[in-house]
Design a protein around this ligand. Structure first.
Ligand code: KIV
Ligand code: ZN
Length: 531
């Protein structure tokens, strides 16, 4: 049974993608999600997210905006070359050079798609584009035809579609379909719509556009009023058969429609929404964790489906009810989203074979031998310190190991003197380009001392914008997962580190961030960091 064969109901019957009630999941975590400030991901991180989206059974992965930068282009190309079971889309404005670049990036995919867009609302046409409606209409026909000559699968979006005059929306949609678009995506770009109104807009298109049956109607809702999921579901009820969404709902401003909420709403309320998707909902928790670790955007505890409290029953009355019959307060099982209640894993006596198998179960089947060996060593060290090891511990440890493979700056050791009497001092050893270097630095607290020591060994101008600690599991012996956000001349990166010692995790996170800035320096402005 593969992810693509499970259905929204969560049973084993294969999904029929030609079923009129099949809803395509179009994930834009790597494009619209990544566009939000502080969320940027590097190529390797994007490929990891794309892999998990494929495992989740997402139909289309929008991998980026290839004209935006060389980094975006390369990441889209790499995702296109990696992913086999999902379509890979690249975004393009209505300009030939954008479309050429998008095609260049996605053409290696098994199922490539070009997604091109142009604003159609009076406000956007007048002030943003400074174009007359007739010019916009011509540009739609030109861009879609141009894209269709390159790629068999073209999606077109009228940006700010929900605020577009109906006559003009119908005219442009009809022309885009005639020019070759097989998906028409209606965006609520500014998150202004409300469910009844948005459903009526979709119905209006079905009633008035003569060739509408030649395309799949998609929706792309932003969450400015907290209605992105409600609007998307209302649109599905009105006939939309593709929903654009992101993991954890990340995205511009208040974000996009949350993928996990759409999938679980459709799965849980089959009685009133008899639609199917190809998604394997049991991958949701891992995908959510990966995206929040990479972006440093923690999920709020009460967030639907993936928040830490989403399946927690604190009150005595609730606990009592759940113990008697889980359905009293649980509308979905934790297992259905891949939340295996504190899965105890192996201890210090487990061998490398069992370790490798466990990693496969957790979705790390592609790890190289060196990474597995390093992760296994760290697992043994952790097992010596910590009584019980859970899946979450392994995930944090392996993610951290992967992030510190093959990098110029390597963490070696840290010894810190902390406490109320002071001074706080850090003895730090790093390996920089293969050479062992060490120093002792003071600071205003142990974290400051640690980061100052890193600054002495590797002078840089990056500014710390965010420092965040998260306990991987419960208990005082839990591993700490630290995220730092570093900014250097407007270039922002997130660094992550995990360790049973919070200060070691902090040092690892900072070093990870610096390594990522170094990659950015190589690719963009050669003199950006003074090492
Ligand atoms: O929000 C929006 O309108 C978009 C389009 C590019 C689809 O992201
Ligand atoms: Zn958007």
């Amino acid at each position: 049974m593969t992810a693509n064969e499970t259905n929204t109901k969560g049973n084993d019957s294969p999904v029929d993608k030609s079923d009129p009630n099949y809803v395509r999941i179009f994930d834009t975590t790597l494009r619209d999600g990544e566009q939000s400030p502080g969320c940027s991901m590097n190529l390797e991180e994007k490929v990891r997210v794309a892999r998990i989206l494929e495992e989740l059974g997402v139909d289309i992965i929008e991998a980026g905006f290839p004209i935006a930068s060389n980094g975006d282009f390369e990441a889209v190309r790499e995702v296109a070359n990696t992913v086999k079971n999902s379509s890979v889309a690249g975004l393009a404005r209505a300009a030939h050079q954008d479309i050429d670049r998008a095609w260049e990036a996605v053409k290696g995919a098994k199922l490539p798609r070009i997604h091109t867009f142009l604003s159609t609302s009076p406000l956007h046409m007048k002030f943003k584009l400074q174009m007359e409606p007739d010019q916009v209409h011509e540009a739609v026909i030109d861009s879609v035809s141009y894209a269709r000559n390159l790629c068999p699968d073209v999606e077109w979006s009228p940006e700010d579609g929900s605020r577009t005059e109906h006559d003009f929306l119908c005219r442009t949609v009809e022309s885009a379909i005639r020019a070759g678009a097989s998906t028409i995506n209606i965006p609520d770009t500014v998150g202004y719509a409300v469910p009844e109104e948005f459903a009526a807009l979709i119905e209006m298109l079905f009633n008035r556009v003569p060739n509408i049956d030649k395309a799949v109607i998609s929706v792309h809702c932003h969450n400015d009023l907290g209605l992105a999921v409600a609007n998307s579901l209302a649109a599905v009820g009105a006939g939309a058969r593709q929903v654009e969404c992101t993991i954890n709902g990340i995205g511009e401003r208040a974000g996009n429609c949350a993928l996990e909420e759409i999938i679980m709403a459709l799965r849980t309320r089959q009685d009133v929404m008899p639609y199917i998707t190809g998604a394997d909902s049991t991958v949701i928790t891992r995908a959510s964790h990966l995206v929040s670790t990479i972006t440093g955007f923690n999920v709020q505890p009460n967030k639907a489906i993936v928040g830490a409290n989403a399946f927690a029953h604190e009150s005595g009355i609730h606990q009592d009810g759940v113990l008697k019959n889980a359905e009293t307060y649980e509308i979905m099982t934790p297992e259905s989203v891949g939340l295996n209640q504190s899965n105890l894993v192996m201890g210090k006596h487990s061998g490398s074979h069992a370790f490798r198998e466990k990693l496969k179960d957790l979705g790390y089947g592609n790890l190289g031998d060196n990474a597995i060996r390093d992760a296994f060593q760290r697992f043994k060290d952790l097992a010596d310190k910590k009584k019980e090891l859970f899946d979450e511990d392994l995930i944090a440890l392996v993610d951290d190991t992967i992030q510190h493979e093959n990098v110029p700056i390597k963490f070696v050791s840290l010894q810190v003197r902390a406490g109320s009497k002071g001074p706080q001092e850090a003895d730090l050893e790093l390996e920089i380009d293969g050479e062992l270097v060490k120093t002792t630095a003071r600071g205003n607290g142990p974290v400051d001392a640690t980061f100052n020591a890193i600054g002495e060994l590797f002078p840089h101008e990056a500014k710390l914008q965010l420092y965040q600690v998260h306990a991987v599991t419960g208990g005082t012996d839990a591993q700490a997962e630290v995220t730092v956000r570093l900014d250097e001349n407007g270039k922002t990166v997130n660094g992550q580190g995990a360790d049973a010692d919070t200060l070691v995790a902090s040092a690892r996170a900072y070093v990870h961030g610096l390594n990522k800035l170094l990659v950015k320096r190589e690719k963009t402005a050669p003199a950006a960091l003074s090492a």
